[in-house]
Design a protein around this ligand. Structure first.
Ligand SMILES: Nc1ncnc2c1ncn2[C@@H]1O[C@H](COP(=O)(O)OP(=O)(O)OP(=O)(O)O)[C@@H](O)[C@H]1O
Ligand SMILES: [Mg+2]
Length: 275
């Protein structure tokens, strides 16, 4: 769970990036953060990943008060998160493959797992043929997708994506959002900053609207109602399936990702057929 308690962030030059924010985000939510440029969206995300610390108030992530967290603990916090930065932050000296693999190496993942997982996430974002290139040899949208692949690599419990569709065409935007939605369905909490109004209306999610550092709208209640209704419906739909799933052995994450990939592909085909 993420909690903001009376959080303000004022930069030394006197900019109030975020002003007295109170907010709770439960595990498993899908949250859009919207609002004009300079509203404080990226600052909110940076407070959650502890790239910034609040000038006032508390930010609590999974029960830990980030304002009291020691610097040495920050890498452990980040390992639970997949982050898509607004400015990508890829390492140009490394290939695309290495950029994603690097993120896995720092968490101590075995080489044998990395070798399988990296091509897999690159395929998920449609970059399976780009592994040997360097970021500078890619378009903005392709770099953005590398950044998304890197965020997915460690199967994080929270994905924070700052305008992950800012540089891609409408079809790709749709695919990326679908991918995030599918990952969310598997239990990952997703926070997405976006300027694309049509994506927000097309994809169900809680919408937090910011303006001049404040939350001016939050559809949390509507979102919870809708989500509970959907959960009840899906429970009904799957009634009687319990016996079948009991016989199944434990599902691994990679099974889940295969399933996601297939579903995303099907969705893409559906869209293409529609057009
Ligand atoms: N490091 C910084 N130093 C000083 N001011 C900053 C810093 N980072 C952000 N700000 C200011 O805080 C405000 C909020 O910035 P933020 O980056 O959170 O906006 P945003 O909503 O993400 O905007 P955009 O949609 O353009 O990305 C802006 O006025 C910005 O100039
Ligand atoms: Mg921003």
């Amino acid at each position: 769970m993420i909690e903001f308690i009376n959080v303000s962030k004022t930069f030394p030059e006197g900019n109030h990036a975020v002003e007295n924010i109170n907010l709770k985000i439960e595990d498993g939510e899908f949250v859009f953060i919207v609002g004009p440029s300079g509203a404080g969206k990226s600052t909110m995300l940076k407070l959650i990943m502890r790239e910034e610390t609040p000038s006032e108030g508390k930010v609590i992530v999974n029960g830990r008060d980030l304002t009291k967290m020691r610097r040495s603990q920050v890498p452990y916090l980040r390992r639970t998160m997949g982050i898509v930065f607004q400015d990508f932050r890829l390492i140009d000296k490394m290939t695309v493959f290495e950029n994603v693999a690097f993120a896995m190496r720092v968490t101590g993942t075995k080489q044998s797992v990395i070798k399988k997982r990296v091509p897999y996430v690159l395929k998920l974002v449609g970059l399976e043929r780009m592994g040997t290139r360097h970021p500078s040899e890619l378009s903005g949208g392709e770099q953005q997708r590398v950044s998304l692949a890197r965020a997915l690599a460690n199967e994080p419990s929270l994905i924070i994506a700052d305008e992950p569709t800012g540089n891609v065409d409408p079809k790709r935007s749709y695919e990326i959002m679908n991918l995030l939605k599918e990952v969310n369905k598997m239990g990952t909490t997703v926070l997405v900053v976006t300027h694309e109004h049509n994506l927000v209306t097309k994809f169900n999610g809680r919408v937090i609207k910011m303006k001049r550092g404040k939350i001016v709208k939050d559809t949390a209640e509507e979102y919870y109602k809708e989500r509970n209704k959907k959960e009840r419906e899906s429970e009904d739909r799957f009634a009687g399936f319990d016996e079948i799933s009991e016989n199944k052995t434990e599902t691994t994450y990679s099974d889940n990702y295969d399933e996601i990939h297939e579903r995303v592909n099907r969705l893409i085909k559906d869209i293409e057929n529609e057009n």
